[in-house]
Every structure is written in structure tokens, then in C-alpha cells.
Design a protein around this ligand. Structure first.
Ligand SMILES: [Zn+2]
Length: 193
């Protein structure tokens, strides 16, 4: 529990991911190509689900520009890119939403594996805790959308492919802990004043 609170405080220092644009053709072409493909889908659900398929999950060095996400014909996106693109799609359709974060309890070996992959390309691994990882998500109505797994989840206590959601926080709001981790901190004799 104390460990989780420490991780959440650390995650709060991670800035919201926003893909920047050079005012040049390098970024204009990539951005235009991405949205041309996504807006070609008739319905929002299909367009949102296509985001991680179009920009397969992998390490991104932040701050990132659109042209940084393209390597020849290959695109890459982490959850921050996926959330930023999904939010832009929702904004285009005037669908109210908010950016948010989730703290996900992963499988035991995942953090070490991800850290190695991110370190290999000098991308920041600040999102990887010891057992919990920071994940950017979206709040749409009373549901939460995981833009990387392209699925809805219920918030704290919900399950994602990457693990169990221990806490969620809407941007500008407070962390909401999953019901089973929402216990008052117990004070031991040593900690008491
Ligand atoms: Zn550029």
C-alpha cells in the first residue's frame, strides 16, 4: 500500500504525452497519414481500436514529434501516443472525454523486460515501477478506455491484458484506488509521533 502511494506520486511527475509537430512536411505527412487512415473508418469504436494497430506499441523518446514516430513505413506508439491520438479522434467528433492515468499491477517479469527494451533505445523508463506501471488511458462517460489494448475497463479494480488496475486518475483529479487496496494506512508504533 505504502509502496503503491510512492509509485503514484512518482507517476504524477510524468508529463501528459502530447505529440508535437514541426511546422514542416516531415510531421505534416505522418500526422496526415495517421488521421486519414483512422477517420476513414465510419464508426468511432473501430477508429479507436485501429490506433494501436496502426502505431504498434513500442518505446518512444519524449518529447516526441510526429516524424519521430515513423521509421520508413513503420510507425510506433506507446500508450501516451495512443492516448493522444485517441483523444484527438474523440475531439474531432465532439465526444466529451478526459485524459487519465492508470497504475497497473503487472506480471512479475514484465517490468524488467520492458525496462531493457526501453533502455536499449534510450527512452525514459520512468513509467516502469517495481511491480506497478504507469499507463495512459482515457475517461469517456462513466467508462475508461485503454488506448493501447483498445478495450474498455471499469477503472480501479478492473483488469487489462497487462495486469490489474490498482488505481486510476483523471487528469486534474485525484487517484482513485481499487476497492481492495483502499484501506486506511495503519500506523505502527515506530511511525507514530
Ligand atoms: Zn517533424
Amino acid at each position: 500500500m505504502t509502496g503503491l502511494i510512492t509509485e503514484l506520486k512518482r507517476f504524477d511527475r510524468i508529463g501528459l504525452s502530447q505529440v508535437a509537430s514541426h511546422a514542416k512536411a516531415c510531421c505534416r505527412m505522418v500526422r496526415h497519414g495517421v488521421f486519414a487512415q483512422l477517420t476513414h473508418y465510419g464508426d468511432m469504436g473501430t477508429a479507436l481500436a485501429a490506433v494501436p494497430a496502426l502505431l504498434p506499441w513500442g518505446p518512444v523518446q519524449w518529447p516526441a514529434h510526429w516524424c519521430d514516430l515513423a521509421d520508413h513505413d513503420e510507425l510506433v506508439g506507446d500508450c501516451g501516443v495512443h492516448a493522444d491520438v485517441a483523444a484527438a479522434l474523440l475531439t474531432r467528433q465532439d465526444i466529451p472525454h478526459a485524459r487519465g492515468r492508470a497504475a497497473v499491477l503487472t506480471t512479475p517479469h514484465a517490468p524488467a523486460h520492458w525496462r531493457a527494451t526501453w533502455n536499449e533505445v534510450q527512452a525514459s523508463d520512468a513509467w516502469i515501477g517495481r511491480t506497478v506501471v504507469h499507463h495512459e488511458v482515457l475517461r469517456v462517460g462513466n467508462r475508461w478506455w485503454d488506448p493501447s489494448e483498445a478495450r474498455w475497463f471499469s477503472g480501479g479494480g478492473g483488469h487489462l491484458g497487462s495486469g490489474r488496475v490498482l488505481a486510476v486518475r483523471e487528469e486534474g483529479g485525484q487517484w482513485q484506488l481499487a476497492p481492495d487496496v483502499r484501506q486506511p494506512p495503519t500506523r505502527t508504533a515506530q511511525e507514530a509521533p
